[in-house]
Design a protein around this ligand. Sequence first.
Ligand SMILES: [Zn+2]
Ligand SMILES: [Zn+2]
Length: 332
Amino acid sequence: MQAMILHEHASVDASPLRLEEVAEPTPGPGQVRMKVSACAVCRTDLHVIEGDLPPQRMPIIPGHQVVGVVDRVGEGVSTVRVGQRVGVGWLRHVDGDCRFCRRGLENLCPASRYTGYHEHGGYAPYAVAPADFAHVLPAHYDDPSVSPLLCAGLIGYRALQRAQTPDGGRLLLVGFGASAHLVMQIAVHRGYRVYVASQTAAHRELAESMGAHWTGADLADCPDKVDAAVLFAPAGRLVPGCLEALDRGGKLSIAGIHLTDVPTLNYEQHLFYEKEVRSVTANTRADARALLSEAVAANVQPRTTAYPLADANRALQDVKHSRIDGAAVLMI
Ligand SMILES: [Zn+2]
Ligand SMILES: [Zn+2]
C-alpha cells in the first residue's frame, strides 16, 4: 500500500512526509484491520512531525482520527465485526489495571500508547488497532464529517467538561480551529453564552455564524468576565490573559497536548478568588461514547476541507498556518 511516512522530524513547511510503498498491516490477536476512508489532520500531528513531542517510533505513519470499515479481525476479537464502520483516535492502549485506570482515569495510564505516534496511524489505506479502542460510529455522520470528532472533537469535549461551565454560564474559547468549532456547537446547544477570541478573521466569522455572543481578535477586549475558558491555541503567553478574563471561581482548561512556556503569574491578579488552571491529557473511551452521543443530539456539523492522501503535507501546512475553517481531512 502507498502510505504517507515520516522518516525524520522537520517543519511541515519542508513537506517531510513522503508517499511510499509499505506492506499492508496484518491484525494481531485482539486487533482489527480497517480499510481507511478518511483521516482528519490534528494539530498533534504537527507536534509529532515537527518533534515537539519526544519521538517514539521512526519511521512513522501519522494520523489518529482514523475512519474505516473493518476488513479483517485478529484472533479473539468478538466486539467488532468485519464490515462495521469504526473510528480510532489517539488513545489505543492502556493497562486497565493501574491506580488511574481503576478509578476511571485511563487517559492518565502510564502505560498508555497512542495512534500515529507509538504505532502507525491513518495516513494510509489500511491501519490496524486494538478492537477495544475501535469505536463503532453513529450513522448520523458520513466518513469525513465524523473523522474530526475522533480527536479534535474528543479533546475539545474533555476540555469543555473540565472547564465546568455552570448552566447558562459564560464560556470563553481562545483560538478557533478544528477543535473549538466543534466544542462551540455543543456549548451553544447546552445554552452557554459563548465568547470567542481568535486572531483569524475567517474564524471569527465562523464563530459568529455559529451563535457566538462576542468575538474579537484580542481576548483582553472580552466584554464580560466569564465562568469558564478553554485555551485551544498552543501559546502559553495567553494563559495570564485567559485567567484575567475569568470571573471568581472560574476555570481555565488548556486543550493542547503541547504549550509554549507560561509567563510568570501574579497570584492576586490571576489565581486568587479560587480560579483554577486545568490541563487536559488525551481522553477516555467513556469520553468518546459521551461525545459521539452528544454530537448527534446537538447535530454538531463539522466543517471539513478534503485533501487527497498524497497532499498530507499541504493539509498540515494549512492547519499550521490557520488557512482553513474547521478541520482538514485526508480522503483515502
Ligand atoms: Zn492504567
Ligand atoms: Zn489529535
